[in-house]
Design a binder for this molecule. Structure first.
Ligand SMILES: Cc1cc2nc3c(=O)[nH]c(=O)nc-3n(C[C@H](O)[C@H](O)[C@H](O)COP(=O)(O)OP(=O)(O)OC[C@H]3O[C@@H](n4cnc5c(N)ncnc54)[C@H](O)[C@@H]3O)c2cc1C
Length: 482
């Protein structure tokens, strides 16, 4: 559906929305609309998109239901939004319309220790859930680097990964049940507190990762784990990338260790974080650093694990193994890793693209060699870091200031990277999502039959294409070619 086939948000529509939500929950203020109509991707990546025409801040599922039913009847596009920390343009309105913010639906509704679940509204900040679970001696294992600023609704919609995926899985692995509002306004409950359920299709996990295009999530039941008594982080510098990555399978196969985290940082990413955040890097001459996190209840057992991991590290050519036990030391390590994700240098590099590819772990050294060649011959520079324990690597490609035809050079490099990732059996995005940013590249990774299926699923949920239109599938959908 093109922009002209949607209705505009007139004064009358705003009055109707105020009747549904209350006047204090609706805003048409231009500055506010502009601020809420972006996420963490530099907006120049998709040119001039008009901001949302109106902002809505519902306080209950009932209000969301009435709002969607109204929007569906009047053919007004609706873009759900959590905290806008997304890295794919998922919460950026592509057609104006209503921006549906969940910042007022931010309550933790229930901590159920008998069933090891926590039930929350979508606007709760992720780290608040972690803290609430901890207060009962439990662990919420969703742990994106943006946990202090992102919402759980956004995490569910993107199937956010993060730092504990190796052991506990991504957000979807923790979601047991959802309350959703479908685009026609009907309210439904998928799943529940039960741990097993094969009654019909798995609708819970169809909604997880659907980037706000199929339904709006209004309540989430999350699974909790026992909180380990002790957590230790190891910072391990290696001469080069290949030996760092060789450690990952050996930890599991030879060491019989299941770390909760294995994170990777290449030399260039640490050099940048050092320069911009003024941090000291232990063994900064190393080619790559890993962070390995171990956890357990018995300190003696944990110590024996550390010794075993230390031996394996040295066999793989580690230059050192720094053991961080105290909160202060652990925080220093994570400041380095999270500092890279915050990309403090980005404003100095107007031409950069952040990628979120996934490859089979054993193929990552080939991918890194490919990037090195691309840097040598393709006119770009790069940094590489990320969740190597699950094969999800973040790569920021950039050009030096003054590079002629920067945009074309970067675009060519990005395409070459995608083709290589595909050849190695990898995929386009592991946790940041397709959104607006990557939708044109979907056909490189999914065949026609798959893309047709995605469009048919979208149509089954949202026949009038009002919910977050223009996301995930390539533009043919809007031209009626789907
Ligand atoms: C510094 C930094 C570090 C990051 N680290 C990680 C990381 O380690 N792992 C990771 O996975 N991501 C990471 N991200 C990306 C981002 O934080 C995640 O994608 C996060 O899940 C987005 O949450 P949000 O609340 O900001 O959602 P938004 O950006 O507001 O929205 C994201 C998507 O969710 C949809 N949505 C939001 N709420 C709802 C709802 N209630 N119902 C339906 N759809 C909804 C939106 O329409 C949009 O498509 C990082 C981002 C930054 C800036």
């Amino acid at each position: 559906m093109s922009r002209s086939e949607y209705s505009e948000v007139t004064e009358e529509v705003i009055r109707d929305l105020e009747n549904i939500l209350g006047p204090s929950n609706v805003s048409a203020n231009l500055e506010k609309r502009q601020a809420y109509s972006r996420d963490e991707v530099p907006p120049q990546q998709w040119g001039d998109l008009p901001p949302a025409e109106v902002l809505c801040f519902p306080e209950s599922t009932g209000q969301v239901s009435k709002l969607l039913s109204y929007a569906d009847q009047h053919r007004i596009p609706v873009t759900p939004r959590g905290a806008g920390t997304g890295l794919s343009g998922g919460a950026v309105p592509s057609r104006g319309g209503i921006l549906l913010s969940f910042e007022k639906m931010n309550r933790i509704l229930e901590l159920d220790t008998a069933n090891l679940t926590i039930t929350v509204e979508p606007g709760v900040i992720t780290s608040e859930i972690t803290k609430a679970a901890q207060s009962a001696g439990l662990l919420y294992a969703g742990d994106p680097c943006s946990g202090d600023i992102s919402t759980i609704g956004g995490n569910v919609a993107e199937n956010a990964g993060g730092n504990k995926v190796v052991k506990y899985g991504a957000t979807g692995n923790h979601v047991l049940g959802l309350e959703v509002v479908l685009p026609d306004g009907s309210i439904s409950r998928f799943g529940g507190k039960r741990r097993k359920d094969v009654t019909g299709y798995d609708l819970v996990h169809l909604i997880v990762g659907s980037e706000g295009t199929l339904a709006v999530v209004t309540k989430i039941i999350l699974k909790l784990f026992p909180l380990p008594r002790k957590v230790i982080d190891l910072l391990i510098p290696f001469q080069d990338t290949a030996s760092a990555i060789a450690l990952v399978p050996r930890l599991i196969i030879d060491g019989k260790v299941m770390p909760s985290t294995v994170e990777f940082m290449d030399k260039s990413s640490l050099q940048l974080v050092k320069k911009y955040l003024n941090l000291r890097i232990p063994c900064e001459e190393a080619g790559a650093h890993l962070i390995v996190q171990l956890e357990g209840n018995d300190p003696d057992w944990l110590r024996s694990e550390i010794l075993r991991v230390g031996d394996l590290c040295r066999e793989c050519g580690a230059l050192e193994v720094f053991v961080a036990e105290s909160k202060i030391h652990r925080n220093i390590i994570w400041k380095l890793r999270k500092g890279i994700a915050e990309e403090p240098w980005a404003h100095d590099m107007p031409c950069c693209i952040e990628e979120d590819i996934v490859a089979p772990i054993g193929e990552i050294p080939s991918l890194m060699n490919f990037l090195r060649d691309l840097e040598a011959n393709g006119g770009i520079r790069y940094i590489a870091y990320g969740h190597v324990g699950d094969g999800n690597m973040h790569m920021t490609l950039f050009t030096e200031k003054g590079t002629p035809d920067s945009d074309t050079v970067l675009e060519n490099a990005r395409l070459a990277l995608y083709r290589k990732v595909n050849e190695l059996g990898g995929t386009l995005t592991g946790e940041h999502g397709v959104g607006l940013k990557r939708r044109n590249y979907l056909p490189l990774f999914l065949d026609e039959a798959q893309i047709r299926l995605l469009r048919r699923i979208k149509k089954a949920f949202d026949p009038h294409n009002i919910l977050n239109p223009g996301k995930i599938t390539p533009p043919a959908e809007e031209e009626g070619l789907g």
